[in-house]
Design a protein around this ligand. Sequence first.
Ligand SMILES: [Ca+2]
Ligand SMILES: [Ca+2]
Length: 324
Amino acid sequence: MPRRSSGRSGMALILALAAIVLAGGLALHLQARAGALARAEQAELVRERLRVAAAEAAREAMWVLASDEDLRMDHLGEDWALPMEATGEDGVSTMAVVEDAGRFVNWNNLSVSNRATRTPREILLDLMTFCGDFEPVTCVEALQDYVDADGEGGFEAAFTRRLEPPREPPNRPLWAPEELLHSHGFSADRLRSRPKADAGDLFGGDLASSTVLVPAALEAPVPVNVNTAGRDVLMGLTGLQQEAAVRAVLSLRQVQPFSSLGMMFMANPELAAALEGSVGTSSGYFRIRARASLGGQRRSVMAWVRRDAARGDIQVLQWVEGEG
Ligand SMILES: [Ca+2]
Ligand SMILES: [Ca+2]
């Protein structure tokens, strides 16, 4: 029966063809999967390479900071203060920026006191007022009780336990800006950057770019560096009464950064009384931001360091890696 036989061989041919098509499909599928895996592996490799490159860039910036030849004076014309950019042979580009904490007023200064003419509390109250916040008292007093070691004050545990949600004051310096939001009276809105006001506006300061949170246990408040602090910070520091003196400091330091406070106080005796104990001409704490990128991928590092005032040694206080 030739017809049946040809029917059988036809069926066999169809089955064989189907098997070939299936096998081909499977091979294609496997190939695509292998391709996707290879791509993911490749992306992971690039990610790791960028992580290492960002860390390297941050370390390089620390070297520059440690090699500062004049530790008594820090100003924005020094090598460490200039952005450091590089592109490696492998096409990875890196960028590192060092900022001194002395440019800002440190919120954690409220955790300690010293014998300065003006307390960290007074300075922050004036700075907030200068930045257009006319009800800063509760906010600053609550933060002071939140971060100072003792349990005495109107905003300590007895108060914070009644808040919604209830919380315990940590009674230590804060470690991240986000922690500020847990303190009574603080909100993202309060800390948001403001558009630049014209110079004639006496309450046009910007709190966001005038304050910082140095994540360190302190023995004394972090002094403001008169060579790097901006006008808003100096206005808050001097109690809003010394606008002419602040202007004089800003223009004098452009000609020649201050290498000692004696020099600055001599030039502006009226400032001396207000600033004694709250300012310096160098900085001890620095924030380093480094980033590495290749194609569309990026990795970053944010590090807080302390630099020894006598030898320039760098100690890392906080190291945070991130994407982007
Ligand atoms: Ca220096
Ligand atoms: Ca306390």
